[in-house]
Design a protein around this ligand. Structure first.
Ligand code: SF4
Length: 432
């Protein structure tokens, strides 16, 4: 039996013991912050309850129970070392409850194997089926990207073929495993791809209802909300809580340009529908926006829209703003200095005008997060890196504008004075 120590507490995370996360290929990973897959290859159809005892996860469990920080969990350790609230802490706080580390450890063999895996939470990436081609995304996360990426030479024909059929979640064996694994579940997060256009996700919800555990479960979605099936109101009504994080990166036409070809009118309509549903079932709604090159100059238009829409329905009036660091050229640190200065000024103006409801609310946390992104935006960066990445950004946007028949300057005219083409880029920038 493992004895609990302070060191174990500092290194322990509930997720490799009582969580079950997959990547888009159906491979088990420790969590969405540690995406090292349990098995090699793609689309392998290996049962989840076998994958949870792969050597990678067993070694994480052994490390954690020995009080050693698992090396592949670097994101959490970095966040904690900087005084942040890591994903590990979030889930330990949510799931440990009355359980002690010793209770969890008792279910684990000395080699790290868990004989009877009973997840409390699942994070399921339901393949890559998606109806949008967001400019900061890729074929791995959106099937709609494949043709364009292949025709522009960004992926090979073989890669495009492999990415066409990520359908492990349609396998009836997976549904049977899910039924077996669902008995203790408290949380399920769906992502993809776009989970709300994947019919099988409703099959999984119906399994939870059928097994009699749905009232215990909080569902969480990351969705583009371009589609919203009316039947979901009835299905979601069986669950404890539903939390939808809607991805919106800009107001109106710019959102259509970035999250191509998202229909803004339909999106607004679906948000309204969800707002109405949130008065009938326990449904929480928030807007998630990226913080990246293509929207930094116009996020100040998105914030008031979010503020007003969410205020109507009583949800968080600030968006959750996520810093984009991949692909590297989409990081807004790449922008020329005058663009950064302008973006900073416009967003600070919004922050000055709208004060949050309560200083200790989640909304206040979101506002602080936005301020920290703005501080990072204007940090000094290596000029040569910045110049190289800016050239890569311009080339990428030119290529996709030509393919789609779109034009970045229609949305971000401020870029035009700084734009570089293959001919005008410096030799160093061209070399990348
Ligand atoms: S410590 Fe962090 S990265 Fe590792 S499994 Fe837990 S949440 Fe994931």
């Amino acid at each position: 039996m493992h004895e609990r120590t302070d060191a174990a507490e500092r290194a322990f995370c509930i997720l490799p013991f009582r969580g079950l996360s997959t990547d888009t290929f159906g491979r088990v990973v420790a969590c969405c912050e540690n995406m090292v897959p349990a098995i090699p290859g793609r689309n392998a159809h290996v049962p989840l309850d076998e994958q949870v005892n792969c050597e990678h996860l067993k070694s994480i469990r052994r490390d954690m129970l020995a009080g050693v920080r698992a090396p592949t969990c670097g994101r959490c350790w970095d966040s904690e070392d900087q005084g942040g609230y890591s994903y590990r802490k979030y889930w330990n706080d949510k799931l440990l409850g009355d359980l002690s580390i010793d209770d969890v450890a008792r279910q684990v063999n000395p080699d790290g194997t868990v004989e009877r895996y009973e997840p409390l939470m699942m994070e399921i990436a339901l393949g890559n089926t998606c109806n949008l081609r967001c400019l900061m995304c890729s074929s791995h996360n959106s099937s709609s990207w494949r043709k364009e990426a292949m025709e522009l030479g960004e992926i090979t024909r073989d890669e495009a073929k492999a990415l066409k059929t990520i359908d492990w979640y349609t396998d009836r064996n997976f549904h049977d495993q899910f039924r077996r694994l669902a008995t203790d579940l408290k949380h399920i997060s769906f992502w993809g791809g776009e989970p709300l256009i994947i019919d099988e996700h409703v099959d999984l919800l119906r399994i939870c209802i059928d097994v009699g555990v749905s009232r215990e479960i909080t569902l969480k979605y990351a969705s583009n909300l371009t589609k919203l099936a009316p039947e979901l109101l009835e299905v979601w009504g069986h669950f404890r809580k539903v939390w939808i994080s809607v991805s919106v990166d800009a107001y109106g036409d710019l959102n259509h340009y970035i999250r191509y070809p998202c229909d803004w009118a339909r999106l607004e309509q679906n948000i309204q529908t969800l707002g109405t549903w949130s008065r009938q079932i326990p449904l929480r709604l928030n807007i998630s926006a990226t913080f990246q090159m293509l929207n930094i100059l116009r996020l100040d238009e998105l914030y008031p829209w979010v503020f007003n829409v969410m205020k109507t329905y009583g949800h968080d009036r600030m968006p959750y703003v996520g810093w984009v660091s991949a692909p590297e050229f989409m990081s807004c640190q790449v922008a020329p200095a005058p663009i950064k200065k302008l973006a900073f000024a416009r967003q600070m103006e919004f922050i000055r005008r709208y004060s949050v409801a309560s200083p200790h609310s989640f909304e206040a946390h979101l506002a602080e997060r936005l301020k920290s992104h703005l501080a990072r935006l204007v940090e000094r960066v290596d000029t040569r890196w910045q110049e190289r990445q800016w050239a890569a950004f311009c080339a990428y946007i030119d290529r996709h504008d030509a393919y789609r028949g779109t034009r970045v300057f229609d949305h971000c005219p401020e870029f035009a004075d700084h734009w570089v083409t293959a001919d005008s880029a410096t030799p160093e920038a061209r070399a990348t």
